[in-house]
Design a protein around this ligand. Structure first.
Ligand code: SAH
Length: 511
């Protein structure tokens, strides 16, 4: 099993820096004992302009068998033989990945005390694996590596050079080229070599999920083939795959707030329906104002901001003394950290900080900490959940936490045609799982209100276009018990009659 990693350089940045980054001296050939045999590291070339490190794993088949890696193949004599006579010693595979981890542990973590800035920056890299078992062939190889920024050449290796009519083997000769950080490159290989091999020779334990997430950090959650990667990496163990998918889903959510939602909504200035030159307040500001007005009118003092993101609403709530207890909840630790920074939580006086709590949690699970509040806000949050998970959120918020008042805002998809720079059919944010029409939102909100014994009314936020409605739609739910009562009762639905152009509340009894 053989793999090379090359880079190029110049006098100012010699290619031989690769030796520092890999923590392996280019002038030496070294041997490391791994669980499956000896791993040799050496440099076929080591110059200022080009430097190549090679990893050769000399698999020790008896070691493979001793470690029980041939298990699961049954006890038939030829199966026993297959444990010794197989492609393992020649083909790159999961064993090579294990060797990578053993031999290049620090480089995988991106650690380099001598040249930290080189480790942190992309390098021109070329990785070659002459014999890579690839279930799914060159096409899958490309689908796995290309989204990560690699240029991929994967040539099928013929079964026999002398008999082209025999066709191709299941091996490819893989060449990857790209400008990547070395640690990223190694982490891609660590995960994807076994995925392509698809024949793990070790027992997949629950810890493998942790490994997958650790080595997949920063690239796996957003990978278009994430599910295939998880499934194969975890040797198709269903419970593990499900766990990985769920945890990666949380990572995706956390990553989604890399982009500020309000920046997106406001990046595309709506055309003023009345043609006026005056610029309206940004939509995010109008949304916050509408929410604050709703909370004031409800007389709420103890408020939950569910899916608080980076804390813009929390900041506004803190400015008003009437809000005595403010709780921000988000699934994303990163968002909460940014909220804490934005609010200067570390420098906040005790009086202020005693009013504010930040909690990490998923709204798809009931949470005792959320019971007993006056009001909860879900501002631009529901559309970030996959539709099958919405009922869990509905139950957690309206059924279990049961704040007296709930304010939900979400985009009105009908309005998207008015954002000139939003290409047709596109959602406003890459992480939006759906965007509702006014009708869909109302149907959803009324059904939730009925189910959990709330009344609901609707308000437009932003310019209320006569044809397509407002950019943001808001639902105000009232009648919760603050977490003390049951969930019975029928809801009353009210409407603000946006189609008549007036926003005054036009109560209609649903009963
Ligand atoms: N409320 C803020 C942020 C909206 S972005 C605003 O109006 O600007 C959506 C936020 O919901 C993100 O911060 C995301 O991390 C959070 N979120 C998405 N799904 C969640 C879930 N299941 N549980 C908790 N928070 C969630």
């Amino acid at each position: 099993m053989f793999l090379t990693i090359s880079t190029t350089g110049s006098a100012a940045r010699p290619a031989t820096d690769l030796g520092y980054l890999l923590h392996k001296h280019p002038g030496k050939a070294q041997v490391f004992a791994t669980s499956y045999g000896d791993a040799h590291v050496f440099y076929p070339e080591a110059g200022e302009e080009r430097c190549t490190a090679a990893l050769l794993l000399e698999v020790d088949p008896p070691a493979l068998v001793r470690r029980g890696r041939g298990k699961g193949r049954g006890g038939a004599p030829d199966a026993a033989l297959a444990q010794y006579v197989n492609d393992r010693p020649y083909a790159a595979s999961s064993l090579l990945a294990v060797a990578l981890r053993t031999v290049f542990a620090s480089a995988l973590r991106g650690e380099c005390r001598t040249l930290p800035e080189r480790a942190a920056a992309p390098l021109p890299l070329r990785v070659e694996v002459p014999a890579l078992p690839a279930r799914g062939g060159p096409a899958l190889v490309a689908r796995l590596f290309e989204p990560l920024g690699w240029q991929v050449a994967a040539e099928p290796v013929p079964l026999d050079d002398h008999f082209p009519e025999w066709g191709d083997s299941r091996y490819v000769r893989l060449v990857l080229e790209g400008e990547l950080r070395l640690s990223d490159a190694l982490r891609h290989l660590y995960v994807l070599l076994p995925v392509l091999d698809d024949a793990k020779h070790y027992w997949v334990s629950a810890e493998e999920v942790d490994k997958l997430l650790r080595f997949g950090d920063g690239w796996l959650a957003g990978h278009p083939e994430q599910q295939l990667i998880s499934r194969r990496y975890l040797a198709r163990r269903r419970s593990l795959t499900r766990e990985a998918d769920e945890r990666l889903e949380l990572v995706r959510l956390a990553d989604a707030d890399d982009v500020e939602v309000e920046e997106i909504d406001n990046a595309v200035e709506p055309e003023q329906p009345d043609g006026s030159q005056e610029r309206p307040a940004p939509l995010a500001v109008q949304r916050r104002e509408a929410i604050l007005a709703g909370l004031r009118a409800a007389g709420a003092t103890r408020v939950l901001d569910l899916g608080c993101g980076q804390g813009q609403l929390l900041a506004a709530l803190l400015k008003e003394p009437r809000f005595t207890e403010i709780v921000g909840v988000d699934v994303s630790v990163r968002a909460l950290e940014m909220a804490a920074r934005r609010l200067h939580l570390d420098r906040m006086g005790e009086r202020q900080s005693s009013r504010l709590t930040l909690l990490q949690g998923s709204l798809a699970y009931t949470d005792k900490r959320l019971k007993g509040y006056d009001a909860a806000v879900l501002s631009e949050v529901v559309e970030h959940l996959d539709p099958p998970r919405l009922p869990a959120l509905e139950y957690a918020v309206f059924g279990a936490a049961r704040p007296r008042t709930v304010i939900v805002t979400t985009p009105n998809v009908e309005y998207n045609v008015r954002w000139e720079t939003l290409p047709a059919g596109h959602r406003r944010h890459a992480d939006h799982r759906f965007e509702w029409t006014r009708r869909e939102f109302r149907d959803w909100a009324r059904a939730v209100a009925d189910r959990y014994g709330y009344a609901v009314e609707f308000q437009p936020v932003g310019p209320d276009d006569p044809e397509v409605g407002p950019p943001t739609q808001l639902a105000l739910f009232t009648g919760g018990t603050g977490g003390t009562g049951g969930t019975g009762g029928t809801g009353t639905t009210t409407d603000t009659g946006t189609d008549t152009g007036t926003h005054e509340k036009k109560k209609e009894d649903a009963a």
